[in-house]
Design a protein around this ligand. Structure first.
Ligand code: SF4
Length: 402
């Protein structure tokens, strides 16, 4: 598996893109996690993987989306983005996840990427704005990987994403990325209407045949203003996803990303471990994208390192989540999320200003943590990578693994 994946990447990715992913993401990203661990020992938390939603606008209307895509545009200006990345870089960071809305609708996106040739960016996109020209620019820059979301067959894509001809337009953008030899991924939010089609060997083979290099299976999270509880996966399906991912990682020449399990298959929350936090389109610093509350903003004059590391709000969220569950505090304990937001007098960071009411309306449910169903990694590459760079960092001590 590893040799055919390696040879596929080496022969189908542009040399500059390869060099940037190896150095900016592989080497420097790994080093940023080691620095994160060193800081943790001193009780200082600054996330090595910062996710930034650079604007709220989007051309699609996905089921269950919690971003205010129909509200007037909020976008983080270029100066603020540059200052944020520069400040994070001074503290050893090199990797940034860029989200929206649809990030390619931000008029300064390519300029922003060009300002940071020594960093690496993962662009969460529906792919529809990636024309041949845009893909060529990304190739020249070399420091970004598009992660294109595909949510199912033609009819499922239209239904889930609220527009017509979604799949064709998305596949066109994906094709442009692959034609320009970008390191390219496909992300899917698994739910009841696409799990049978997309959690399958046939789908992975189709991605491989297209030339896609990696995929990321999220699971649909029923949070926000337009919850579709009927789409959520059942606990046995969450276990099915984990089994499929670990077994196919060992067999198929495509990398499969996940963010919710360590090398032993124990569940974790990237917010609770502190490895990742989120910045909203207004610059609000949120624990994670689905917790839309904040007490601080990246525009704070102190700079983001000082702001993150001195945040009592973020600390309380990390500690409370780690104390109560290895899974998702939002899905399992919306009452705790509300209590923390109220305790800290946190601002509702949504335009709609209904975040508390949304928590009140949620029914607690199972998340990625299905106790006694741990499924360890099978392939040594994932085992080693997670063992050193992606695990729970000891934050769940006292929970006895549960
Ligand atoms: S709180 Fe839930 S949605 Fe947020 S990072 Fe943790 S597991 Fe993911």
């Amino acid at each position: 598996m590893i040799f055919s994946l390696g040879s596929r990447i080496l022969t189908t990715v542009d040399p500059l893109c390869l060099a940037k992913v190896a150095w900016n993401f592989g080497f420097k990203g790994g080093r940023s996690v080691l620095l994160f661990q060193q800081r943790m020992k001193k009780g200082v938390y600054f996330p090595p993987f910062l996710y930034v939603s650079i604007l709220n606008s989007c051309n699609l209307r996905c089921q269950g989306c919690w971003v205010d895509v129909e509200a007037p545009r909020n976008a983080i200006d270029l100066d603020t983005l540059n200052r944020t990345v520069n400040n994070a870089r001074e503290h050893g960071n090199s990797f940034f996840g860029i989200l929206g809305g649809e990030p390619f609708m931000h008029p300064g996106l390519l300029d922003f990427l060009a300002q940071h040739p020594d960093c690496y960016f993962q662009l969460f996109t529906n792919g529809q704005f990636i024309t041949e020209k845009v893909a060529k620019s990304l190739r020249q820059l070399g420091n970004a990987t598009p992660l294109v979301s595909v949510e199912g067959s033609t009819s499922v894509s239209d239904e889930r994403r609220g527009k017509k001809d979604v799949l064709n337009k998305t596949l066109r953008g994906l094709r442009n990325c692959l034609d320009q030899k970008l390191l390219t991924g496909v992300a899917t939010s698994l739910c009841q209407t696409n799990i049978d089609d997309l959690l399958s060997v046939e789908w992975l083979q189709k991605l491989i045949d297209m030339g896609v290099h990696y995929t990321w299976y999220h699971t649909y999270r029923p949070v926000g203003p337009k919850i579709s509880p009927e789409l959520a996966l059942r606990p046995e399906q969450i276990t099915q996803v984990r089994k499929f991912v670990t077994s196919q990682r060992a067999k198929m020449p495509i990398a499969i990303v996940d963010a919710y399990y360590d090398h032993n298959g124990k569940a974790l929350c990237p917010m609770a471990t502190g490895i990742s936090h989120h910045v909203s389109p207004t610059g609000a610093i949120e624990p994670c994208p689905s917790i839309q509350f904040a007490t601080e903003n990246i525009k704070d004059e102190r700079g983001i390192y000082e702001t993150f590391t001195s945040s009592a709000f973020l600390k309380d969220f990390r500690d409370t989540a780690a104390k109560h569950t290895r899974g998702c505090i939002v899905l399992e304990r919306p009452d705790l999320v509300k209590a923390l937001a109220l305790k800290h007098g946190a601002a509702d960071t949504t335009v709609r200003q209904t975040a508390i009411a949304e928590l009140d309306s949620m029914t607690p449910r199972t998340s990625q943590w299905v106790p006694d169903e741990e499924i360890p990694e099978k392939h040594w590459m994932y085992k080693v990578a997670k063992r050193f760079f992606y695990h729970d960092f000891g934050v769940y001590q006292g929970m006895d693994g549960k």
